[in-house]
Structure formats: C-alpha cells, structure tokens
Write a protein that binds this ligand. Structure first.
Ligand SMILES: C[S@@+](CC[C@H](N)C(=O)[O-])C[C@H]1O[C@@H](n2cnc3c(N)ncnc32)[C@H](O)[C@@H]1O
Length: 187
C-alpha cells in the first residue's frame, strides 16, 4: 500500500467513473477518505484527471476486473458502481459477472458497503411496468444476497445528491429507464 494511503482512515473505490463527475463531488465532501476511481477508457480518465484537483483522489486507467483482485482482502470501506455496463449487471450475463462481485465482497472490510446504482429498460424501449421493475429488483437483490451481502437499503432511482453524465441522461426518461439503488453490506 502507498504510504500516502495510510493517512486516510477510509478507502472508497468507484468502479467505471466515466468523466469523474461523481467521484469529484463525493471526494470534495469527504476529505477524510481517499477515493480511488477506476476507468477503462483512457479518454475519460484524461478528462477526469484534468478537472479533479483533489489530494484525496487517485484515478487509475485500468479494468476494475484486473485491479480489484489485487487489493488486500478486507481493506476497502466502500465500493460504488454507478450504471455499470451490461457486461457487469445484465440479467442474461449473471454467470459471467457474479465472480467479479464475489471478489469485491472479499475486498470489503467487515461492515463495508457496496452501493450499486443500475437501470432497467425494455428491449423495445417501452415504459417499464411496476410488475417488471419489482420482479427485476427482486432478482437483483437475490443475486447479491447469494454472494453473501446483506441488503442495507434500497430506493428507486439514483440517490438525490448523485450526479453523473449518465444519471443526468437517465433521469430525463424515468418511465423508460428505471433506476434502482442498492446498499449492500458485508457483515
Ligand atoms: C455506462 S458508463 C457509466 C459511467 C459513470 N459511472 C456515469 O454514471 O456517468 C460505464 C463506464 O464504465 C467503464 N467501464 C466499463 N468496463 C470497465 C472495466 N472493466 N473497468 C473499468 N471501467 C469500465 C466505461 O468505460 C464507462 O465509462
């Protein structure tokens, strides 16, 4: 672990930060934590680095699938994933992405949390009914509970104070793009 990390009581990791809008907001409000943002796309990393000038932020241009397994077990206070790509949350790809979230679970400290914001759309881009939304939410929760997490909270939509490029777009179409936030706890 880098020496500078030892001065921060908390370690928070955001997966797939895009242009870093949310990472910057969170890190500004919480100067007691160090925020590591992981992003695969180099251009997005360049954008994020050019606008974030905070001493408690580290941006890494890498795949979180490669990086997360290298963290020490039980070393992370919180992971955040906002609108991950379908490869990491799609119902049809469950068997592909579950091992990644299991490894993330091992990296969390006890009482550590994983905050996931994700979305459901209809394949024909019709409005998503309540029935479909509720069945999907149940499936999603059961996936993470089967990995060992406890559900600490859930809400429809993204947290009010969260803003990112994708959240902004999705909030403009709430009937066809229904988001959920899950707060998942490692006990
Ligand atoms: C749908 S975007 C969401 C971006 C941002 N969280 C937001 O809300 O605006 C998904 C992001 O995850 C990044 N990404 C996809 N696979 C990744 C991986 N394996 N490792 C790191 N980042 C990844 C993409 O490059 C993209 O920026």
């Amino acid at each position: 672990m880098e020496l500078s990390l030892l001065f921060y009581p908390r370690l928070v990791v955001e997966l797939g930060i895009g242009d870093g809008t949310l990472l910057e907001t969170l890190a500004k409000r919480d100067r007691n934590s160090i925020y590591i943002g992981i992003e695969l796309d180099n251009e997005q990393c360049v954008q994020a680095r050019s606008k974030i000038a905070l001493s408690n932020v580290i941006i890494v241009n890498s795949s979180f699938e490669d990086l997360v397994p290298t963290f020490q077990d039980e070393s992370i206070d919180q992971f955040i994933a906002v609108l991950p790509d379908p490869a990491f949350i799609d119902q049809k790809k469950e068997e592909r992405w579950k091992p990644f979230y299991k490894s993330l679970y091992y990296k969390l400290k006890k009482q550590g949390r994983f905050r996931l914001v994700t979305e459901l759309t209809d394949e024909l881009l019709q409005p998503v009914s309540d029935d479909r939304y509720l069945a999907w939410a149940d499936w999603l929760k059961s996936c993470f509970i089967s990995l060992g997490f406890t559900l600490a909270g859930q809400q429809e939509g993204a947290p009010r104070q969260y803003l990112s490029r994708c959240i902004k777009q999705f909030r403009a179409d709430p009937e066809r793009i229904r988001m959920i936030t899950l707060d998942l706890l490692k006990q």
